[in-house]
Design a protein around this ligand. Sequence first.
Ligand SMILES: Nc1ncnc2c1ncn2[C@@H]1O[C@H](COP(=O)(O)OP(=O)(O)O)[C@@H](O)[C@H]1O
Ligand SMILES: [Mg+2]
Length: 388
Amino acid sequence: MTTDRAVLLADTPPRAEARLRALLPEVDFRPVVLASARERAADAGAAVVWLNGDAEGAFRAVGALDARGLRVIVVGARKDADLILRAMREGAKEFVVSEDEAGLVRALRESIRTSRAQEGGVVHAVFAAKGGVGATTLATNLSGALQAGGTRTCLVDLDVAMGDVLAFLDLGGGYSLSDLAKNLSRLDPALLETSLLRHGSGVRVLTAGPPEQAERLEAATVAAALGFLRQHFGAVMVDGLRGLDDLALAAVEASDRILLVLTQEIPAVRDARRCVDLLRRLGCEDKVTVVVNRHRKGQQIDDAVIADTVGLPVGAVIANDYPAVIQAVNRGAFVADDAPRAQVTRDLAALAETLVPAMPGAARAGPAARPGLIGRLLGGRSRDAARG
Ligand SMILES: Nc1ncnc2c1ncn2[C@@H]1O[C@H](COP(=O)(O)OP(=O)(O)O)[C@@H](O)[C@H]1O
Ligand SMILES: [Mg+2]
């Protein structure tokens, strides 16, 4: 079973193709000539159409691919208003200048993310700026909130040394990521249903497994498992990312959204800044939502200071409520069960609502709407510029 749909590369110069393969190794790129792009569209989710020579043929291909539901990125030699306009009329989602490799990679990531999101569940990586900021608390409680809101949710704990999810939810043992990865080909929904650990709330849980298994866990296994889970769950929540080791990278790469968790403390804010710098270099900045946990009003380190230091706006705050959080953990329950009216519960619910588009009353997940193609290219301020 394939997890990600292919990306057609129409009339793409070999050198550019090699670069894309190196930069996006997880993507199944399929080089095609313009004339056969249409026939090859069947199992592709996106296409890059290069304008080099036969512009008419290229635009016809853009129109045909768009009509088949692919997200099309057009690459041209220069920002030419006529070409951009034409590309847009034919249904292209992006127009990128051929020199702008980073822009093309970003556009491709966004296309893949969108076609994945249309295909299955949404994968969230909960990324702690530093230890102890509440990543596991958020991962478990957001999973609970999503499940309670009607989204089938799987919580994955990648921490190979001391994963906390089982302790938080008072569960033990169970099927591991490696077990899952070994059996992808024969796991049907029914078998998956009986294999995964199940919390009383309905949330399914998958861990890195016992130490001897966990230590051998590979990035490719994580990527394959997350790709598989997204097909069977409305939401997958990944906890236990440690720094940016290769397992964490695989999770970040496979995620639609990264919840970067920090607290109102200088070390956490500083570490968050480093994380954002790193994620930006990976081209993942667009996926990041900054979440301030243990939030208290009237602090010197407020949202504005955090946004300024971290370089991204604060996307959500979760109130500080140690008694409620600790009581829930000690019972293996969610904060919402113990303290349904507490601010921390309401904050968690509000964040959960933004995570999955299908939730009732949900705001569409993802960063604030980006300006349109034309706006972005002709005079619109870029996101980077807007952030300074
Ligand atoms: N919103 C919150 N209010 C109060 N205490 C919290 C909150 N979130 C987490 N905590 C507490 O912070 C500590 C660390 O949380 P944990 O989720 O284990 O962090 P991490 O997984 O990032 O190491 C725990 O004692 C937890 O109870
Ligand atoms: Mg933890």
